[in-house]
Ligand binder design. Structure first.
Ligand code: URA
Length: 211
């Protein structure tokens, strides 16, 4: 199976993304824009959710109408920056379940080490959407997807704001079955694994933690 990569280049997303990239964008506005972009990206991510039909009464007639079928979908935030996208996704799908995965990079081996993992039950019956604003080296995203598969996830997607070509290549090679939905594909990674031109450290920018 080959990986799919979808760029959502809606003008409103591109406009909001430019404001996000600006150094002088304040924290509160950064968070608000992330939420708004997540809502629109979420529409793309959820466009193939299975629909059934239910029979209802409108004020004028009884009839069959489309209705979401199956188990509630699950958004999984890759901590901590993934949390910036969750509120926008929950605005769109308020009944979704939410999981969290925390990983840090071991300074010796440079491999991701899991420190937190909490997801809803029955992942195998849900669409599982991993979210992280930045797909940079993809090391964490690859490890998180592997862990979710070990826990039963079968149908998965990965949603991000910005991706580096290196990250897309690495993630697609490791998980060719997981489509990527993204707002922009940037030029490259720098020597510290940051995306260029990028927007800096997404976590620091959304929580105001850069000294
Ligand atoms: N994580 C970030 O927050 N920013 C990058 O540019 C790369 C990874």
């Amino acid at each position: 199976m080959s990986a799919s990569f979808t760029l959502v280049d809606h003008p409103l997303i591109q406009h909001k993304l430019t404001i996000l990239r600006r150094t002088d964008t304040p924290t509160a506005l950064f968070r608000q824009l992330l939420r708004e972009i997540a809502f629109v990206l979420g529409c793309e991510v959820t466009k193939d959710l299975p629909l059934g039909e239910i029979e209802i009464d409108t004020p004028l007639e009884r009839g069959f109408f489309p209705y979401l079928d199956g188990k509630k979908l699950c958004f999984v935030s890759i901590l901590r920056a993934g949390n910036g996208l969750i509120d926008g996704l929950l605005d769109l799908v308020p009944s979704a379940r939410v999981g969290h995965i925390g990983m840090y990079r071991d300074p010796e081996t440079l491999h991701p080490v899991q420190y937190y993992f909490k997801t809803p039950a029955a992942l195998e019956e849900r669409l599982v959407v991993m979210v992280d604003p930045m797909l940079a080296t993809a090391n964490t995203a690859i490890a998180a997807a592997t862990r979710l598969k070990e826990k039963g996830a079968r149908k998965m997607k990965f949603m991000c704001l910005l991706a580096a070509p290196e990250g897309v290549a690495a993630f697609s090679k490791a998980h060719p079955d997981i489509p990527i939905v993204c707002a922009a594909l940037d030029r490259e990674l720098n020597d510290h694994g940051y995306i260029l031109p990028g927007l800096g450290d997404a976590g620091d920018r959304m929580y105001g933690t850069k000294d």
